[in-house]
Design a protein around this ligand. Structure first.
Ligand SMILES: O=C(O)C1=C[C@@H](OP(=O)(O)O)[C@@H](O)[C@H](O)C1
Ligand SMILES: C=C(OP(=O)(O)O)C(=O)O
Length: 438
């Protein structure tokens, strides 16, 4: 599945000699696939996931649920078409060991599931996973009645001693470092004896669309959820206890992974069609229609999908990306190629993503001749003529795709460890060269 390249290998990023003109079928959403897997595993009846993303993060999620006793079968959908996973929930069991890799969704969404299992569930992962914040989930689960052994840092590795059930009830957390703390507690909330009431007490809350995705997907499997948007208190979400339905869900394309392809149309003055772009979605990548239009392109949502066209000009942007932080590396790459400066704000929490993304983008773009400075909560990017060189990726899939976007416009960019894109988009190198007709 992963490209046949060693971690240290350098991938010559293809340079675009002209405008791209391509149709790119983008695989399923990581965030939707991993939520759907968790909800199907907690349901009281079997369910289907059609067109699931098969990437490192989602295979880790499936592997973890299997280790806890959930059956996930490979197959075709119930109507005989399309690849699908059939999820057969069963009593969750320990002992089991879960490898979270460096998947935020796995390390945060599964400890609450493990608290419902019978027996101990040990969580471990990549070295970077030890540095990513998890205190919101650990502290909350303890407040809700779970027993967890960790080394006191509020991070991995840890063991959740599942007791077969969890009291649940009200809990207060500071989710300013990751929206996934809130999503994690809500996803398992219907299975807690008293449900759950999550109160966010921090000053800021990133990635609100991802919390909306959690709420929408919970409601789609029959859960009752009260939210600030449905007339509840600000920063409070309530999930009523109850059984979850097994559903037949088709996973939308990953719109954040559509980003490099849209960016390719923008920076080459070309055109890209992304089939199956949803008309309505909670995916943060949908904001690209607006952001990349402001940066110089135009888009049209047609019956075939999203058609995005570059004008030949690329403009800088001043934008708060707090809601859509995972789009930052790709926007920074385009901004480095623009005709005016950019300010990207509201993304201090990116310092604790796959890598410190603000430091990594600054260093790598500057090493190609750019002029980027870090601010307290983002980046200032002043475009300058760039030159070729090695673009380091720090085991971060979005650093690799950002480097590839720069490589389209700058000859001689070599991407370190492009295979790291397998976290969410294992076919990236093939899709990229396919887009370029190579
Ligand atoms: O819930 C999710 O699926 C995600 C939430 C966001 O996390 P943070 O709120 O930690 O940024 C996002 O960046 C991540 O890629 C996916
Ligand atoms: C932040 C990201 O991932 P994770 O789910 O590991 O937090 C991301 O994909 O940009």
């Amino acid at each position: 599945m992963a490209p046949n390249t060693a971690p240290t290998a350098l991938w010559p990023a293809p340079y675009a000699s002209g405008a791209v003109d391509a149709t790119v079928h983008v695989p399923g959403s990581k965030s939707v696939t991993n939520r759907a897997l968790v909800l199907a595993a907690l349901a009281s009846e079997p369910g289907w996931l059609r067109r699931p993303l098969r990437s490192r993060d989602t295979l880790l999620m499936a592997g973890a649920l299997r280790a806890m006793g959930v059956e996930i079968e490979e197959g075709v959908g119930p109507d005989g078409t399309g690849e699908a996973w059939r999820v057969l929930p069963d009593g969750l069991q320990g002992p089991a060991t879960v490898d979270v890799g460096n998947a935020g969704t796995v390390m945060r969404f599964l400890p609450p599931v493990a608290a419902l299992a019978d027996g101990p569930i040990r969580f471990d992962g990549d070295p970077r996973s030890y540095e990513r914040p998890l205190h919101g989930v650990i502290d909350a689960l303890r407040q809700l009645g779970a027993r967890i052994d960790d080394d006191g840092r509020g991070a991995l590795p840890l063991t959740v001693h599942g007791g077969g059930a969890l009291d649940g009830g009200p809990v207060s957390i500071d989710a300013s470092s990751s929206s996934q703390f809130v999503s994690a507690l809500l996803l398992s909330g219907p299975r807690f004896n008293q449900g759950v009431e999550v109160r966010h007490t921090g000053a800021t809350l990133p990635s609100l669309p991802h919390i909306r995705m959690t709420v929408d997907m919970l409601r789609a499997v029959g859960a009752q959820v009260d939210t600030p948007e449905s007339g509840g208190e600000p920063n409070v979400w309530r999930v009523t206890p109850g059984a979850l339905l097994g559903r037949d869900l088709t996973v939308e394309p990953d719109l954040s992974n559509a980003q490099p392809f849209l960016a390719a149309a923008l920076v080459t003055g070309g055109k890209v069609l992304i089939p199956d772009w949803p008309e309505r979605t909670t995916q943060p990548g949908d904001r690209l229609r607006e952001i990349f239009t402001e940066m110089g392109g135009s888009c049209e949502l047609t019956d075939y999908g999203l058609v995005f066209t570059g004008s030949g000009a690329v403009h800088g942007i001043d934008v708060d990306l707090g809601d859509v932080g995972e789009l930052t590396p790709g926007i920074a790459a385009v901004a480095a190629l623009a005709d005016s400066p950019s300010t990207l704000r509201g993304v201090a929490h990116l310092r604790l993503h796959e890598t410190d993304r603000l430091a990594a983008l600054t260093k790598e773009i500057n090493e190609l001749g750019g002029d980027v400075t870090e601010t307290a909560d983002g980046l200032h990017i002043r475009p300058r003529p760039l030159h070729g060189g090695v673009f380091h990726t720090y085991d971060d899939h979005r650093m690799a795709t950002a480097g590839a976007v720069i490589g389209l416009a700058v000859e001689g960019v070599r991407i370190e460890n492009v295979a790291t894109t397998a976290k969410t988009l294992p076919d990236f190198p093939e899709l990229w060269t396919g887009m370029l007709g190579q």
